[in-house]
Ligand binder design. Structure first.
Ligand SMILES: Cc1cc2nc3c(=O)[nH]c(=O)nc-3n(C[C@H](O)[C@H](O)[C@H](O)COP(=O)(O)OP(=O)(O)OC[C@H]3O[C@@H](n4cnc5c(N)ncnc54)[C@H](O)[C@@H]3O)c2cc1C
Length: 433
């Protein structure tokens, strides 16, 4: 089999390597950090276990189930029925809000219901030009104003008209009118959405998944940050100056970073496409707190613009990640791709969470900050065109991309694993197993 080098030892890179090795290949995985797992790592401190941010497993495909059984981790993953809520103006109602407005204030509930009915009556089949039009057409003015617009503005740090609708289908369910009316009256009891149930390790945090694969990959090289990629001469070089030649390169590192590492020059249209890629970082403030959790919810969404965070999780409500008598809190807020002061943002976030009634600052025992960079690809109107230039360019140079950030998309852990296996199949396709 041809010599394969894999950039990045997150789930996608590990899955690709494991699959290639099982087929008799000898890939090398170059991972920057001292441990594998990428965004799916977990850290222990003071008796608490923190994921890099909330990582809950949604398994949609039988192939993934089989694979996790084969890795011996399936039985350690406990299934949970989602308990998630939306908090608007201090009122708490179950997620998804569009079929659960009953918990909101009368005024907000009226806005949401009236807006939905008006949109329902006024719906036409015209293609929405942007996320703004899509939301108004599907959900109406009230849900747009109270939830969709402020929530997504906080998450993506972009106005709704700046966003395309390429990403929404699977993640934002549209309910029938009857469900919305029932939901306003508190009569709705169905499970909705791709994340209605999820799995999470009984203990040890989400690192159970990458650890299970990493332990089986022989060619994993840690603390091997790739600093240069030569797509013409087919080599990569690490920070220590070690050079690795490849016939196929599987890249799972973020796409902008990959393009920045190319030392043999990018054609101008590829360089321009690279400059068009837009993303946000996420600051995760993980807290280990004395006492019982302030809610039994797994996570809460906070669309209100005056609160800095968009989502807060309580991971000890679904895994053994805190000592007896303690709980964990996971605050997420978006940061622009550059700038900002994470420490100051964390302090402000904790204060706001305390003011909202979900944290007693004096009871915080452990605090851990992490910045995921990139975290969310911004699906603006340039993204699709930029990818249409970059993807064929890389493919033509023998580079296969896999995983959330190399593919420059919105996807989950299951997708990263399947993408890694798919990348291995593309390598087989060239050389045969
Ligand atoms: C805020 C947030 C919440 C999420 N929540 C969920 C969830 O609840 N459920 C879910 O299923 N998914 C969730 N995800 C998505 C999930 O994290 C990803 O789909 C998955 O981890 C992607 O794996 P990957 O291998 O593609 O990328 P990564 O995990 O990023 O792996 C890439 C690896 O490349 C390494 N690397 C980078 N640069 C270099 C270099 N120059 N040289 C060598 N190595 C390098 C990195 O260290 C990293 O280990 C979430 C993501 C975010 C940002």
């Amino acid at each position: 089999m041809s010599r394969t080098v894999i950039l990045g030892g997150g789930l996608a890179g590990l899955a690709a390597a494991w699959s290639l090795e099982r087929a008799g290949g000898e890939p090398v995985v170059l991972e920057r950090e001292a441990e594998a797992g990428g965004a799916c790592r977990s850290f222990s401190e003071g008796g608490f276990t923190f994921d890099l941010t909330g990582h809950l497993l949604h398994v949609a495909r039988e192939e993934t189930r089989e694979l996790l059984r084969g890795l011996g981790v399936w039985d350690g993953l406990v299934e949970h029925e989602r308990r998630a809520a939306v908090v608007i103006g201090g009122h708490v109602t179950p997620y998804p809000v569009q079929i659960n407005t009953w918990g909101l204030s009368d005024e907000v509930r009226r806005d949401c219901l009236l807006g939905f009915v008006r949109a329902w009556c006024g719906h036409d089949d015209a293609e929405p030009a942007d996320f703004r039009e899509w939301v108004l057409d599907r959900f109406g003015e009230g849900l747009a104003r109270h939830f969709f617009f402020p929530y997504n503005a906080k998450l993506y740090r972009a106005e709704p008209e700046e966003l395309s609708v390429d990403w929404v289908g699977r993640y934002v369910p549209k309910p029938p009118l009857e469900d919305v009316v029932d939901g306003a009256l508190g009569l709705h009891h169905g499970r909705v959405g791709y994340n209605a149930t999820f799995r999470y390790p009984a203990e040890g945090g989400i690192r159970l998944l990458p650890d299970a694969v990493a332990g089986r990959v022989r060619g994993l090289r840690l603390e091997a940050e790739v600093m240069a990629v030569h797509t013409g001469e087919h080599w990569v070089e690490t920070a220590s100056g070690e050079r690795f030649h490849w016939e196929r390169l599987v890249a799972t590192i973020p796409l902008p970073r990959l393009l920045d590492l190319v030392v043999d020059g990018l054609p101008e249209e590829v360089a321009a496409a690279r400059r068009a890629l837009r993303w946000v970082r996420v600051l995760n403030v993980a807290l280990g707190v004395q006492g019982d959790a302030p809610t039994d919810q797994h996570w809460l969404y906070f669309p209100d613009p005056e609160l800095p965070f968009y989502r807060v999780g309580f991971p000890s409500n679904h895994g053994r990640v805190a000592p007896e008598g303690c709980h964990t809190v996971s605050i997420e807020l978006s940061l622009d791709a550059e700038g900002g002061e994470p420490e100051a943002a964390a302090v402000a976030a904790e204060a706001a969470l305390a003011a909202a009634g979900y944290l007693e600052p004096a009871r915080v025992r452990v605090r851990r900050l992490a910045v995921l960079d990139p975290a969310y690809v911004v699906f603006d109107h340039h993204r699709a065109g930029a990818l249409a230039v970059v993807e064929p360019y890389l493919a033509g140079r023998g580079v296969v991309t896999a995983g959330r950030w190399a593919r420059w998309t919105y996807s989950a852990m299951e997708d990263a694993i399947l993408d890694g296996l798919g990348a291995a199949r593309r390598v087989f396709g060239d050389a045969g197993p």
